[in-house]
Write a protein that binds this ligand. Structure first.
Ligand code: NAD
Length: 334
């Protein structure tokens, strides 16, 4: 009998093709994620779930799926999955590290530049017919990026890729991470700082930590008050890493100069969010990895990981490696 996989929503064709070669696929061909009930109803007898960051894979889901062997998520972030519980139940989690690194770093840099140089705000001025003076010495001034100090919070794959871009802008680069990366310090000529010092010294701060219990509200009122009034905060990691209420206050009261945000505490961002009315924010709707090439690579990588597990092989993109001890791969294909 073929293994069964539930695909929670529309994914690039390449991912489906890989899954269909080996599995029976229950494909929910919809742009939006399933409702909770739909998800629970469809996973009762599947061997695998192919999901995205919008589906919460928690105890209830895992317990509702007694045959479940593997969850493949089309994301590098796994904060929507109860990893400890999945591991304790012998459920393998595969994800998509690496294949979206450069694309997400590009977006972080796009937010740095567009916030600093007011690209979106001034575009809007033209479209609204408000560009009246051809040029003026003090009109629409922004902040320079070239040669300034960039502080990277979380020097993993994406953080390091942002640092490589910043080198082209001759920036001084500082980083904070829970792990000291002396290899990267040498390679990229960057310096470690404790978080408070990084916040005090940087002109731009770009966040690249995963969302965990430790990083939730890592940047709150206290941290924002340490930043320079001319500094710009960029977040392409996960919304809850920044206390959004405190950020709104900081932007309103001028503790910092601006923010470029791809992720929010609540997504989609509610239309009532004060961030929308602020001229000193650039907002994008969680599009860090949204290029044709990257989404194809993510779809392929997640699908390949699922198939490998179902075949009893250990995939390189296995997140919870300790699961192998709890339910060895050979036990999965009995
Ligand atoms: P990674 O694991 O390579 O890097 C994360 C870094 O954060 C690591 O160096 C780790 O040591 C550090 N870190 C973890 N916890 C920390 C803590 N408490 N304090 C300080 N440092 C800590 O991950 P990555 O591939 O660079 O991705 C980073 C995050 O970016 C993902 O977890 C995901 O949530 C987010 N992301 C968002 C988008 C988007 O669409 N906006 C796209 C891709 C990734």
């Amino acid at each position: 009998m073929k293994m069964k996989v539930y695909v929670t929503r529309r994914i690039p064709e390449i991912g489906l093709k890989i899954l269909r070669e080996y599995c029976e696929v229950i494909y929910r061909d919809e742009l939006a994620p399933p409702t909770r009930k739909e998800l629970l109803d469809n996973i009762k007898d599947v061997d695998a779930i192919y999901c995205t960051l919008n589906e919460r894979i928690d105890r209830e889901v895992i317990d509702s799926s007694p045959r479940l062997k593997v969850v493949g998520t089309m994301s590098v972030g796994v904060d929507h999955i109860d990893i400890d519980y999945a591991t304790s139940k012998g459920v393998y989690i595969v994800y998509t590290p690496g294949v979206l690194t450069e694309t997400t770093a590009d977006l972080a840099f796009a937010l740095i530049l567009s916030t600093a140089r007011r690209v979106v705000e001034t575009d809007r001025i033209i479209r609204e017919g408000k560009w009246k003076l051809a040029w003026a010495p003090t009109m629409m001034l922004g902040y320079e990026v070239y040669g300034k100090t960039l502080g990277i919070i979380g020097l993993g794959r994406i953080g390091a890729a942002v640092a490589r871009r910043a080198k082209g802008f001759r920036m001084k680069i500082l980083y904070y991470d829970k792990i000291r990366r002396e290899d990267l310090e040498r390679e990229l000529e960057i310096e470690f700082r404790e978080i408070d010092d990084l916040l005090r010294e940087s002109d731009f701060i770009s966040i690249h930590v995963p969302l965990t219990n430790e990083t939730r509200h890592l940047i709150g009122e206290r941290e924002l008050r340490l930043m320079k009034p001319t500094a710009i905060l960029v977040n392409t990691s996960r919304g809850p890493v920044v206390d959004e209420k405190a950020l709104v206050k900081a932007l309103r009261e001028g503790w910092i100069a601006g923010a470029g945000l791809d992720v929010f505490e609540e997504e989609p961002l509610p239309p009532t969010s004060p961030l929308i009315e602020m001229p000193n924010t650039v907002l994008t709707p969680h599009i860090g990895s949204a290029t044709y090439d990257t989404r194809n690579r993510m779809a392929q990588y997640a699908a390949e990981g699922i198939i490998k597990v179902l075949k009893g092989e250990e995939p390189e993109n296995l997140y919870n490696r300790e699961v192998v001890k709890i339910r060895p791969l050979t036990k999965l294909i009995d």
